[in-house]
Design a protein around this ligand. Structure first.
Ligand code: PMP
Length: 285
């Protein structure tokens, strides 16, 4: 028999079926909470300090007290990964404003945040999609104006990803005013006709991707030309290469956007190199 899946809930490591959250949890009623995802490879957390820093910032932006400092978060994550025997996959963390009678405004002081974590075993490194390259479709960006906060309110992204699924492709790139904001669960990059690596600058219009930051650092170290500016959809169609980044996809080549082949219709050389550099850096911790 395989060992039962263990999750973390409010200070306890519990079998999956025993981890219950009351229906008055504000995460359930209002999506009043924050989440984070860190990848695990070779049994170790990837870019975790940066994910925990973003968790702390997101919580601060919506006035939820961070229940743990980075050190204790990491201790809990590491224990959960070990208890589930995950060598490759991800750790999901979520903090909501807690349980209180339904009322939009914050509950009275003393309401404890609900803290939850689970792991998913998943192929990250030898992902076959990274070999073939992903196809994407563009969709309208329907989200609110504080996309820099990693909120669990993900309905627009759910609908975007469903449009991608119905089109038979891996990801949706969300578009606002004719430019790509980001993927439904990833950061969008292109390599322009001038062989410049282009991604949108950080603002409240998109999530500050942790993988984005690492890839930009690696690209700068490799002396690649980088521009942080808007990516018009028309330019994306004509790009030499395209890819998206996220904690679980790492650097994912894009070979088709809205049915138009990108470059040669195969993962581009620069994209492949950045994926290799990212994996190397992740392995070194
Ligand atoms: N943008 C959005 C909207 C996302 O959901 C994600 C994944 N959480 C990303 C970008 C990529 O961020 P990261 O590299 O930190 O996973």
């Amino acid at each position: 028999m395989t060992a039962p899946r263990i999750v973390y809930l409010n200070g306890e490591f519990l079998p999956f079926a025993e981890a219950r959250v009351p229906i008055m949890d504000r995460g359930f009623l209002f999506a009043d909470g924050i989440y984070e995802v860190s990848a695990v490879i070779d049994g170790r957390l990837v870019d975790n300090a940066a994910h925990l820093a973003r968790l702390d910032r997101s919580l601060g932006e919506i006035g939820i007290r961070n229940p743990h400092d980075a050190q204790s978060w990491e201790r809990l994550q590491t224990e959960l990964v070990a208890r589930n025997g995950v060598t490759e996959g991800l750790v999901y963390m979520q903090v909501t404003r807690g349980v209180a009678e339904r009322d939009f405004a914050f509950p009275k002081a003393g309401t404890e945040p609900t803290v939850m974590m689970f792991t998913q075993a998943k192929t990250v490194l030898a992902n076959p999609l990274a070999e073939t390259g992903a196809r994407v479709v563009t969709v309208e960006d329907l989200r609110w104006k504080r996309r820099d906060i990693k909120s669990v309110a993900l309905l627009a992204q759910v609908l975007a990803k469903q449009q991608a699924a119905e089109a038979g492709v891996a990801e949706a790139w969300m578009v606002e005013d004719g430019a790509v904001t980001e993927g439904s669960s990833s950061t969008a990059f292109i390599v322009s006709r001038e062989r410049v690596l282009v991604t949108r600058p950080l603002s409240t219009a998109l999530l500050p991707g942790i993988t984005r930051a690492s890839v930009l650092r690696l690209a700068a170290e490799a002396d690649l030309r980088i521009e942080e500016r808007l990516i018009p959809v028309a330019e994306a169609y004509e790009a030499q290469e395209a890819f998206y980044t996220s904690a679980s996809a790492f650097v994912m080549p894009v070979v088709e956007i809205d049915g138009r082949a990108i470059g040669e219709g195969r993962p581009g050389p620069l994209t492949r190199r950045l994926r290799e550099l990212y994996i190397e850096a992740a392995r070194q911790g």
